[in-house]
Design a protein around this ligand. Structure first.
Ligand SMILES: Nc1ncnc2c1ncn2[C@@H]1O[C@H](COP(=O)(O)OP(=O)(O)OP(=O)(O)O)[C@@H](O)[C@H]1O
Length: 228
C-alpha cells in the first residue's frame, strides 16, 4: 500500500549539508505493522515526517495508493497525502484555545468527510480519557494530552497510521491501553502502521522491525508474527 523508492533527505548545518536519509527503500503491505527503531538522531522522525507528507524528500518518491509525493510535488499533493494518513507527532501538538474534543475533531474542520462522533467517543473511552472532552490542553496532564493527540490521529479511520513514539510520555497502564488499541485496529480492521518505538511490548507484536542505520533502513528482527 505504501512504497518508498530511493528516498533521500539532507539538512543544512551551517555551511554544510548533512545527509540524514540515503536511498531508503520500503514497501509496506496492507495490514502490516512495522516498527522503526534506531539510536537517537538516526533519522526516525525525519523518515516519519516524510511518510506523513509533512516534509518533502530531496530525492526519491513515495506512493500511497493513487497518491505520489516527490521533491517537486505541489502543496495540494501534500495536503491530500496528509488527509490519507493518520499521524501522531512525537510531542502532542494541541491547540490551547480548543477543548480536547475540538482538538480531536480538528482533521474534519477543513472539509472532507464528516466525523463519526460515536467512533471518536469510543476512542476517548478506549484510551481512558472519557470525561475530559471539555478540558483545554492546559488542564490535561502530558499523558492525557498524548492520548487526545492519538484520538485525533485515529479519528479519520485512515488505512495507514503513523506514530512517533506514541507511548513515550505514558505510564505503563497508558502504554498498555495505547498498544492494545493499535494492535486491535491492526488485527481486526487491517489498518497498517509504522510506529517509531523501542517498547519491547510492541516489538514482539510487529510483523517487521527496521532500524535506521547510517541513513538506511535495515531489517533488524524477523518477528514471530506470521499472520500476513
Ligand atoms: N530541520 C532540521 N534541520 C537540520 N537538522 C535537522 C532537522 N531535523 C532533524 N535534523 C537532524 O537530523 C538528524 C535526525 O533527526 P531525527 O529527529 O530524524 O532523529 P531521530 O532518530 O528521530 O531522533 P530521536 O530518537 O532523538 O527522536 C539529527 O542529527 C538532527 O539533528
Amino acid at each position: 500500500m505504501l512504497e518508498v523508492i530511493d528516498l533521500s533527505r539532507r539538512y543544512r548545518s551551517g555551511s554544510q549539508w548533512v545527509s540524514v536519509l540515503q536511498n531508503v527503500q520500503l514497501r509496506l503491505r496492507e495490514g502490516e505493522l512495522l516498527v522503526v527503531a534506531g539510536r537517537s538522531g538516526s533519522g526516525k522522525t525525519t523518515l516519519l515526517h516524510l511518510l506523513a507528507g509533512i516534509d518533502r524528500p530531496d530525492e526519491g518518491k513515495l506512493h500511497l495508493g493513487e497518491l505520489v509525493l516527490s521533491r517537486n510535488s505541489p502543496e495540494v499533493s501534500l495536503l491530500r497525502w496528509r488527509r490519507a494518513v493518520g499521524f501522531m507527532h512525537q510531542t502532542p501538538v494541541l491547540i490551547p484555545t480548543l477543548t480536547a474534543w475540538e482538538n480531536a475533531l480538528l482533521p474534519f474542520r477543513y472539509g472532507g468527510q464528516n466525523p463519526d462522533l460515536a467512533w471518536v467517543k469510543l476512542l476517548f473511552k478506549r484510551l481512558g480519557i472519557s470525561g475530559l472532552e471539555n478540558r483545554r490542553p492546559r488542564q490535561l496532564s502530558g499523558g492525557q494530552a498524548t492520548r487526545v493527540a492519538l484520538v485525533r490521529a485515529l479519528a479519520r479511520r485512515n488505512t495507514l497510521f503513523l506514530a512517533d513514539e506514541p507511548t513515550g510520555r505514558l505510564d505503563e497502564a497508558g502504554a498498555t491501553a495505547v498498544w492494545g488499541l493499535l494492535l486491535e485496529l491492526n488485527r481486526q480492521e487491517g489498518i497498517s502502521g509504522v510506529v517509531v518505538t523501542h517498547d519491547p511490548l510492541i516489538l514482539k507484536q510487529a510483523h517487521r522491525v527496521l532500524t535506521v542505520q547510517e541513513g538506511r533502513l535495515v531489517e533488524a528482527v524477523v518477528s514471530g508474527r506470521g499472520d500476513l
